[in-house]
Design a protein around this ligand. Structure first.
Ligand SMILES: [Cu+2]
Length: 117
């Protein structure tokens, strides 16, 4: 009988423990991009935030890392990276889609000289 009680307590612990481990259904991912300037930042953030399942996208121009908050039921990291490369920028180890990159303003292309505007 004692053993049954112990098992019951263990199961309860697992159930409540699991629930406590996910306070929200949101996930966050940080992706390194090839953004060059403020325009790139706006372009990437806008394209991401308009996409399904993405709650928020904030790009830091200092390290070019975009932090994306998303709903894992509606999207995933691979899809998020796909949006970035289709916008014309590298996403971590993925190369940008060349045709999309070539449509960017000169200053936003990867071989552009460092600049601020
Ligand atoms: Cu730019």
């Amino acid at each position: 009988m004692k053993q049954v009680t112990l098992i019951f307590v263990l199961i309860l612990g697992v159930v409540f423990g699991t629930a406590a481990n996910k306070p929200s259904k949101q996930k966050e991912v940080k992706i390194k991009t090839s953004a060059q300037c403020e325009m790139c930042k706006e372009r990437i953030e806008k394209n991401l935030s308009l996409s399904k399942g993405i709650v928020e996208a904030v790009l830091n121009l200092d390290d070019k890392v975009v932090t994306v908050k998303y709903n894992p039921k509606k999207t995933d990291e691979a899809k998020i990276k796909q949006i970035i490369i289709e916008t014309g920028y590298d996403a971590d180890n993925l190369m940008c889609v060349q045709s999309a990159h070539d449509k960017l303003p000169d200053c936003c292309q990867k071989n552009a000289a460092p600049h601020g505007h």
